[in-house]
Design a protein around this ligand. Sequence first.
Ligand SMILES: [Zn+2]
Length: 278
Amino acid sequence: MATKAYEIWDAAGRHWEPARPISELEAWCEANGFTVLGTIGNDEHLWAATPEDHTPFSATAWPVPLPGYIVCAIDIADERELGAAILRDARAGLLPWLKYCNVGQKHYHCRDGFRSWTYNSDTHNHLSIRTDYIDASIGAFNPLGDSDMFEDEDRTLLRSIAGRTLAVAQGTERTAWSGMPFGQQEPIWVVTALKQLQAAAAADATRDAGVLAAVTALADAGGVDAAPIVAAIKAEGDRTRALVTEQHQEEMAALKREWDAEVAGLRAELAARPAAAA
Ligand SMILES: [Zn+2]
């Protein structure tokens, strides 16, 4: 039997709209070739004794009441292991708008950072969003995307920077640059590079061993004006390892975002550098 909420909505003309994250997820699925199975539910959903997020009058809206007839759920087919990728991003704190998701017949909730699960019969991916994110954008949502490829590219770039910086510090590349003593040649470039190395160290304690080794060697080479930065890099590395140990996923995600921004800045700076110094 339908609820009073259903009857009022039905009598009012059955208007509804998707929450912004839901419409953006739909657009993302279309752009990336994923099958959307539905947003507003069928009569079974709409007439349920406890209407949930596939209805515009969900009784389980959370954490604030719905501000209108807004649908806060979407079902997406589990193609190309999308569900696992979404869960990974959710656990990394990258999907702050996500209330809960059903992936692989398991229900995960934001309350415990999507850690524990209970059984759910959904064999597709179900995403429900938080009502305090109804007007928010999902931003750079890209769970499957090319993140791994970019990371490899960024890592290669950073290794190259570390190697070149080290070579300059060791005096083997002085003529290739301006011939001036280290610390006086393109200081902004060097400092920027070191900041990127710091960001790399902060981003992921497991992938930066080569970079940190290069930075350490740079410090050991001596005569480096950037020594305080190197010290900061080491401190950042220690802090990162502590964060990893404590599983502070949200802080790690924030660090990763900082790292992504730093690399974007570095790329822009690299693109702007004269060819001779590249
Ligand atoms: Zn669903």
